[in-house]
Ligand binder design. Structure first.
Ligand code: SF4
Ligand code: SF4
Length: 378
């Protein structure tokens, strides 16, 4: 599926560990809502029930350690591919929570010093000493560390639950002062949109090289696409999309398209424009599983969750045929998987016959949500 003739990129989820508890992140859930008070199961994260936000069970357990990382990215891989960029991010973890991060970055740099390294973090973990040391390490490497800072002291934590604005800023300062290149990425909601200019100014003063506003597409829900209510302890919160978004998603139209009642929702055959193929980027999860993209990685890791049954409901759904014994890059040859995997070839064939819902949702030209959905949303 992937090409050794073009520069290759990889998106890596090093673990499923994170200190934060963001309400629209797949690692968390909302239980005991007022719409369905008896509910204690996984739910679609976007709804107006106002239940308790909590981390899902059986999370915080997995990690790709240095020893296994070296098995995945071996001599054959580096002899075959020109690895242009590594993006340490993922679906439900913070790379800084990985115990071997320092060594993994050093190893990657030692194998190919031209590879650019991008790290996405909430910045709330570790001490200023740790960040200073990390800044020194990264100063010798082509890199960008993206800090998710969603407003100022009085608003940041509303989305980035369990993180502390002052600590994040101190960590970012320590990193930048020691040679690190950093970007401030702000998720813009209705509750923090008035602070964009002030945050931008603060970013400049601290020394962030870039400031980026991101308008999340995650207000998509079959019940209400306009807001998300949740509780943390006794405190009630409400998230609403920003009114400043110049390219807003029509959430209600999307919800209608993917509703069970729409008989046309899966007729995306011949309309898939695969982002992974276009940019020659694959996804590696913390178990060593190799997938074309983080969206399918998410489908794989969450396939036991009841509310995802709908996504994976077809007997011919390609994700039901994914076999980690064959697709795992720790126990198998990563180069062979990327160039010769039968499962990936079958996946490509399904695009012309009956693409899985994940491919249809993120990469269908026909429903034209790609532009909006593809924006970074962590
Ligand atoms: S969005 Fe990122 S920072 Fe927030 S809980 Fe998920 S992994 Fe952690
Ligand atoms: S969702 Fe499907 S079509 Fe889109 S990038 Fe992933 S594999 Fe490709």
């Amino acid at each position: 599926m992937f090409s050794e003739k073009k520069p290759l990129r990889v998106h890596i989820e090093l673990s499923d560990k994170c200190n934060a508890m963001c309400p629209q992140c797949g690692r968390n859930r909302i239980v005991g809502d007022k719409i369905n008070p008896k509910n204690t199961d996984m739910q679609d994260i976007n709804y107006v029930g106002g239940g308790q936000l909590q981390v899902k069970p059986n999370i915080q357990t997995g990690e790709l350690v240095l020893e296994d990382y070296k098995k995945v990215f071996d001599d054959k891989f580096y002899d075959t591919f020109n690895l242009q960029k590594i993006n340490y991010c993922g679906n439900r973890s913070d790379p800084i929570a990985s115990k071997d991060l320092h060594e993994i970055v050093e190893y990657s740099h030692s194998r190919d010093s031209k590879t650019a390294i991008v790290i996405a973090t909430n910045g709330g973990l570790k001490t200023t000493e740790w960040w200073g040391k990390f800044g020194k390490l990264m100063s010798g490497i082509r890199h960008n560390v993206v800090f998710g800072i969603d407003g100022l002291e009085d608003t940041h934590h509303i989305y980035r639950q369990r993180t502390n604005f002052k600590k994040v800023i101190s960590n970012a300062k320590a990193f930048i002062q020691n040679g690190g290149i950093a970007e401030w990425q702000m998720l813009v909601f209705k509750h923090n949109q008035h602070q964009i200019d002030e945050a931008k100014q603060m970013a400049k003063e601290i020394g962030f090289l870039n400031f980026k506003e991101v308008y999340t597409p995650r207000f998509w829900s079959k019940e209400d696409g306009e807001k998300l209510e949740f509780k943390v302890g006794d405190k009630q919160y409400k998230l609403e999309p920003s009114t400043l978004d110049k390219n807003p998603i029509d959430n209600k139209k999307l919800a209608k398209h993917f509703s069970k009642k729409n008989k046309n929702r899966d007729k995306e055959s011949g309309h898939i424009d695969c982002k992974a193929l276009n940019i020659n980027e694959f996804f590696l999860d913390f178990n060593g599983n190799v997938l074309p993209c983080c969206w399918l990685g998410n489908s794989l890791n969450r396939r036991s969750e009841p509310w995802l049954k709908d996504t994976l409901r077809y007997a011919d759904n390609i994700m039901n045929w994914y076999d980690p014994k064959v697709m795992n890059g720790i126990d198998n040859d990563l180069t062979d998987i990327l160039l010769k995997s039968i499962w990936m070839k079958q996946l490509q064939k399904t695009w012309d016959i009956a693409p899985c819902k994940t491919c249809a949702r993120f990469c269908s030209k026909r429903i034209n949500i790609k532009k909006a959905i593809n924006r970074e949303a962590l």
